[in-house]
Design a protein around this ligand. Structure first.
Ligand code: CO8
Length: 372
């Protein structure tokens, strides 16, 4: 019995932010901060905030723009966070809404409706509440029988969820699975931190998986193997959680938001990811040169180039390892799925590909697939 990916969909938020816009607002904020704290800075009690720069961001990351669920607030030096209106308990939640947009496209691509799905996984870096699960809200909105649950694995949430979906289908505990990644990252970005204010964007992706025998999609991919590893690291952290209320202090201070030692992450994750990919390909009886396309995690252009250079021995073309992070920035777990969504229809029957994510945890996940 073969399990296939039979549909993929993406929802892109309506607002886009350029590096120039982001740098202008950050620099205005930094100037105000420095002016307001000039005495403490002069006494050496506080560090002055240095300016950010468009040139640095492009050179260090390859990112040029990113999408935002709400632009309002992010570029306001008095706010420095998105202003997202609170919804009542009777309204659809933000992440459920994002999920439904992406799910509709994935279901259409798979020639499926909610009646064909009996398991919904919402898997992403953050969910906006603990319960009821966003997945159950989506399940309800789509009239899906069966069950749904949320899972969090930071940047590897999508690939780990695809592995869960694959295993459930193989075990017979589901007959059609919808995996959704509503990556609403902007509320956790510290737009006051020049080291990380440029890194993230918002997006939602969705994937339909099913038994090959029920698949009627125009483009579908047999899953040849899945692989997931984790290795504990403190180099990427987000400490905002439900205990914040009890711990005292400011539940919104910088240490609660996304922060990382980017240089260390770069150095440690690149070799881990390259080794993982090599092992994944070997495990399904292929060699690296057999792989027609690599849909890699989209965090940093230099990182992807280093990994693919190590794997392939040459710099891959955009056709071999497509890059979407220049427009999307890092969209946490959705990055490799966005790359897949944009760049899969041209593959020919029999072509091999690998979807791979790497990030916080550390966590690395991958799927080796073959076009049908
Ligand atoms: N403008 C100008 N200068 C800057 C800026 C800026 N914006 N930012 C930093 N600098 C300065 C630094 O201060 C430093 O100055 P100095 O040399 O004087 O100390 C200099 O530039 C060089 O800084 P770095 O060494 O930090 O620069 P790098 O070349 O390493 O680039 C990167 C920084 C882009 C962060 C790079 O290290 C990187 O991409 N690393 C990999 C990071 C990564 O992949 N992280 C994964 C994160 S995502 C994840 O796993 C889960 C996330 C879940 C979602 C979160 C949503 C919020």
């Amino acid at each position: 019995m073969a399990i296939v990916i039979s549909g993929v969909g993406e929802w892109t938020p309506p607002y886009s932010i350029t590096n120039a816009e982001l740098v202008a607002s950050y620099n205005a904020y930094a100037d105000r901060y420095n002016a307001a704290n000039d005495a403490a800075i002069a006494r050496g009690e506080l560090e002055a905030k240095p300016h950010s720069s468009v040139e640095f961001i492009e050179k260090a990351s390859g990112i040029k723009t990113r999408f935002a669920y709400q632009k309002d607030g992010i570029l306001d030096p008095d706010c420095m966070r998105p202003r997202i209106a609170r919804r009542s308990e009777d309204e659809l939640s933000h992440q459920a809404e994002m999920s439904l947009h992406a799910a509709a496209k994935a279901l259409a691509a798979a020639n499926k409706t909610g009646a064909d799905i009996d398991m919904v996984i919402v898997s992403c870096a953050y969910t906006e509440r603990s319960y009821p699960a966003i997945a159950i809200e989506v399940q309800h909105a789509l009239g899906i029988a069966g069950f749904g649950f949320d899972m969090l694995v930071a940047c590897s949430a999508a690939t780990f969820a695809l592995q869960r979906a694959h295993d459930a289908l193989a075990a017979g505990s589901a007959r059609g699975v919808l995996v959704i990644n509503p990556e609403l990252t902007s509320p956790q970005v510290n737009y006051c931190d020049r080291d990380s204010h440029f890194i993230f964007g918002d997006v939602a992706t969705a994937v339909v998986l099913e038994d090959e025998r029920t698949c009627t999609a125009q483009h579908s991919y047999r899953i040849l193997g899945t692989r997931a590893i984790t290795q504990y690291s403190n180099n990427i952290r987000s400490n905002f959680g439900y205990v914040a209320r009890a711990e005292g202090g400011d539940p919104f201070d910088a240490e609660r938001l996304f922060h990382q030692n980017g240089r260390k992450v770069f150095k440690e994750v690149c070799p881990l990811a390259a080794d993982h990919l090599e092992a994944q390909v070997a495990a399904v009886g292929l060699s690296v040169s057999d792989i027609r396309r690599w849909w890699l995690h989209q965090a940093n252009l230099n990182m992807n180039q280093l990994i693919t250079r190590k794997l392939l021995g040459t710099d891959p073309t955009h056709d071999v390892a497509p890059i979407v992070l220049d427009r999307y920035a890092n969209t946490a777990s959705a990055g490799s799925i966005v790359a897949f969504a944009h760049h899969h229809e041209d593959l020919r029957a029999g072509d091999y590909g690998v979807i791979c994510s790497f990030g916080a945890g550390y966590s690395i996940g991958s799927l080796a697939i073959q076009k049908r």
